[in-house]
Design a protein around this ligand. Sequence first.
Ligand code: GDP
Ligand code: MN
Ligand code: MN
Ligand code: MN
Length: 251
Amino acid sequence: MEAFAVPGLPEFEAGDDIAHEIEAASDLRDGDVVCVASTVVSKVEGRTADLADYPAGPRAREIAARLEELTGDERDPRFAQAVLEESTDLVMDEPFLLTETRFGHVGVNAGIDRSNTGGAELLLLPRRPSESAERIRDGLDADVSVVVTDTSGRSFRHGQTGVAIGWAGIPASRDWRGETDRDGHELEVTVESVVDELAATANLVSGEGDDGTPAVVVRDWAFGDHEGSENLYRDVEGDFVRQALRGWRYD
Ligand code: GDP
Ligand code: MN
Ligand code: MN
Ligand code: MN
């Protein structure tokens, strides 16, 4: 397997065609996985915003004041408002905001980015990243899979990695249950989130700064002969860690 960045992509703006730019800059083959940073998907989908777009309501003002008190850092209540508006569930409200986005991803500050925003104050995650992935896939000539990635923190571990927030042409996970290990034991629980592993691979190549490499091709990797599953995000009922945290619904 190899992973390489698509070279020479432009600075993306609202309305640009990502598939067209990738097609022009690469020589894709059937079976490739094309991973695209959500940052550029958001840019072309016009998901930029400014703090002035989010006049803070009472809840956002309360959250910002509390976070300011806890952390000693100045907090803009309009940012808290933007996070609330991008979220359907506030999983934690201190000492930072951990929320569920409308499409199911749980992340700090609803994944709202303040770096590589193309000059805007805020870059929101794509509204429906799997639909974005499908559109990019449709726009490419070769029969590829597409994964839309974001850099995300993880509970229990320092550091961020690439995770998948949207995908097309590939199941989210491959199910090893029922297959056997080297001792002949049947695997009972292992469902491998391949889209996250592909996203992490791509993120390693993309970088986080000014590299200008938002699209990475993973070549000569195959899903293999396994069952697949579309599930990536746990339902609250089956998410015992989340149930252990205080929950609050925003709608
Ligand atoms: P995120 O992980 O989706 O939040 O995206 P990052 O901000 O980490 O950016 C991922 C990669 O895309 C980095 O190499 C950035 O330099 C690059 N990047 C971000 N925006 C653009 C853009 O508009 N054009 C190009 N060519 N690269 C970009
Ligand atoms: Mn991001
Ligand atoms: Mn990143
Ligand atoms: Mn193991």
